[in-house]
Design a protein. Structure first.
Length: 169
């Protein structure tokens, strides 16, 4: 169990999240809370994505904006370019013709991984998809074939974290 005072130094994974033009500040707050819960190292807030101390972020984050590192980029492409130059693996969470199913995708958990989540209406921008190493989608059985972006974030980050933990056992 992590102590609240040391949480920022107790991350167990080299997982990062980039939010590509997320419209809803409540979704941003949900990402903060999920990232806090699952040990994500840092969140990159890009483009129109709201930043703390936005009241709607704080409502859903429940204090996680204080425990999760974050950085703002005016545009997502600059963020991704910066991370790629530092050797990050960029994985967009998006349905594309070439996307791989989450349950089949093999993450290299020894690398710095940045998961990119996109706008609630448009998804991850085409420019960012082209810059990414891979695209991954969550298998779905219903008729809608889409999830709320913060729900998708929780599923993907949890799956990645559990794979890391399973390989350590």
């Amino acid at each position: 169990m992590y102590s609240n005072s040391n949480y920022k130094n107790n991350k167990i994974a080299n997982i990062y999240v980039a939010l590509d033009n997320i419209r809803s500040a409540q979704n941003v707050g949900s990402f903060f809370r999920t990232c806090d819960s699952l040990g994500v190292y840092k969140i990159f807030l890009c483009g129109i994505t709201s930043v703390p101390p936005n009241k709607e972020i704080l409502k859903t984050a429940l204090g996680a904006t204080e425990s999760v590192k974050w950085e703002y980029f005016e545009n997502t492409s600059k963020c991704i370019e910066t991370l790629k130059n530092k050797g990050f693996t960029i994985i967009c969470i998006e349905q594309t013709e070439k996307s791989l199913m989450l349950d089949k995708y093999e993450f290299n958990i020894d690398e710095n991984i940045c998961l990119v989540f996109g706008n609630e209406i448009e998804g991850v921008s085409k420019e960012i998809i082209e810059m990414a190493n891979d695209c991954v989608e969550i298998p779905q059985l219903g008729t809608k074939h889409s999830l709320n972006v913060s729900v998708a974030g929780g599923i993907v980050i949890w799956d990645l974290l559990c794979r890391k933990l399973r390989k350590k056992l």
